[in-house]
Design a binder for this molecule. Structure first.
Ligand code: SF4
Length: 256
């Protein structure tokens, strides 16, 4: 019996991103104040130039954060806002993790909240694609450790013995005609994406790999599904097959 992962709250990530924005704005102001006398000695225009540069940067990040909040609230946003939103996330995310740590939120909890926000934003786009343009990516720790079959080379090598859930993914692949790749790491995952050029990815992984993967492949839409680790990290991991199949159906609805 797999212990269910509690559904993460989007508001944790949003609160930390807002706090990061405030910290970034205050740091920008601090940098400007500290460098003011030195720059003024060189030229009276330099402090103004630096001030404008910092103000525009903070303003763009703030616009990106506003874009995320508007999208979460279900309000229409221009694609320009979406681009800015992801840039803001990429810039502020490390700071959000640090602030979360200071406030005693474990990193994995913040990452889960980020994945929830990201999935929500992708679902709001109602992306419908052909089955052959959807790629399911999963790490090879889903394979039973003792299984001798080389499913990372080709998932068709799975014998569907029921020893692990690779067989379930193979059945989903055969039923819907989507691509499924079992990869040994981020480098191979990027290579598969480069080769297959999917229009969307359904990624199965732990919090850390999903968070970095989603940010890495932007603007490619990714729905992240967390795996279960009943035997500890990277060993005979499990997935919620119903969740995976529902996500496949949502992507290829009208697109098949
Ligand atoms: S289901 Fe496939 S991958 Fe898993 S143990 Fe059986 S043969 Fe190996």
């Amino acid at each position: 019996m797999i212990e269910a992962i509690p559904r993460p709250k989007k508001r944790l990530f949003l609160a930390l991103i807002l706090a990061s924005l405030v910290v970034a704005a205050l740091s920008g102001y601090g940098i400007w104040r500290v460098s003011f006398p030195g720059l003024a000695n060189i030229s009276e225009h330099l402090p103004i130039l630096l001030g404008c540069l910092l103000a525009v940067t903070i303003l763009l990040i703030a616009t990106g954060v506003t874009g995320i909040i508007l999208a979460i609230l279900g309000l229409p946003t221009l694609s320009f806002f979406q681009e800015l939103a992801w840039s803001a996330i990429n810039l502020l995310f490390p700071l959000a993790i640090r602030i979360g740590k200071l406030l005693d939120f474990e990193k994995e909890r913040v990452e889960r909240s980020f994945i929830e926000v990201s999935n929500y934003l992708i679902k709001k786009k109602h992306i419908h694609i052909k089955a052959e343009n959807l790629l399911i990516l999963t790490p090879h720790c889903i394979q039973q450790e003792s299984c001798p079959h080389k499913i990372t080379r080709d998932i068709q090598n799975c014998r569907l013995c029921g020893g692990c859930q690779v067989g379930d993914l193979l059945q989903i692949q055969r039923k819907y005609g989507v691509h499924v790749a079992v990869v040994t790491g981020g480098t191979l995952a990027r290579k598969v994406i480069k080769t297959l050029r999917p229009h969307a990815v359904l990624a199965i992984a732990c919090e850390r790999d999903l968070t970095s993967g989603i940010q890495d492949v932007f603007p490619l839409p990714v729905i992240g599904i967390l795996n279960y680790r009943p035997n500890g990290p990277c060993c005979n991991t499990r997935i919620d097959v119903v969740q995976v199949e529902d996500a496949v159906r949502a992507f290829i609805q009208n697109g098949k």
